[in-house]
Design a protein around this ligand. Sequence first.
Ligand SMILES: [Zn+2]
Length: 264
Amino acid sequence: MTEIFFFVIGLFFGSFANVCIRRIPYNKSIVLPASHCPKCLIPIRWKDNIPIVSFLMLKGKCRNCKANISLEYPIVELLTGLYFLLSYLSFGISFSLLISIILGFYLIVISFIDMHLKIVPDILSVSLIFIGIILSPINSAIKYSFLNSITGICFAGFFLLTISYIGSKIYKKEVMGGGDIKLLAAGGGFLGISNIFHAFITACFIGGFVGLVLILFKKKKSSDFIPFGPYISISIILIFFLSHFIHITLLNLINSSIDMFSAR
Ligand SMILES: [Zn+2]
């Protein structure tokens, strides 16, 4: 039952994520005005604004002007719903669940904005840096260490700044945006110094692999700019979950070996 609760809450947060994705880059309020059709500007009634259900009922069209509604809306809703469910199944009711949900929500919004506009708004990345620091005393991924959070942020920031400086000298153009640097720094605040390094390497692998596939299928040219934010986001989440499971596995291992010794 709780599983369904978290999935449905996630769907509604996904609906809110859609609002954030379309308004935050333009400095528009995420509260007012209420949701409206981007084409005819008629406000959307509550019964036409139910995540996924309304999209299916209206067959992806505005009730008033029949304009097509982007498939991205239900995709973001479903993604957020599934993410909330996965977080609950992984962490149970705990501080880790709270952190996972906040981090995941931010990264979903950031990834879609980056895919649309190739930017990561400062208001998101910088506020995420501060949230990471504030939550550090209850964050198991960094062993509840405030210091680990701060060093993670500094390391990620300086590391990417260096790479971007060297890259821009070699290629004579910007290889990594300031948005990516602040995003990885925010990840450092949630993962700590060694984990964020793993996340960066993972992001390079996933980004490189996807880029290669896109070039092979001629969807992109090797000179095209591919936003890096979504890969950084996926990697931060992957390592956040992995660090939790490795931590639990190690604890179990230690406990069972203590049991073995004490049984003798
Ligand atoms: Zn309309």
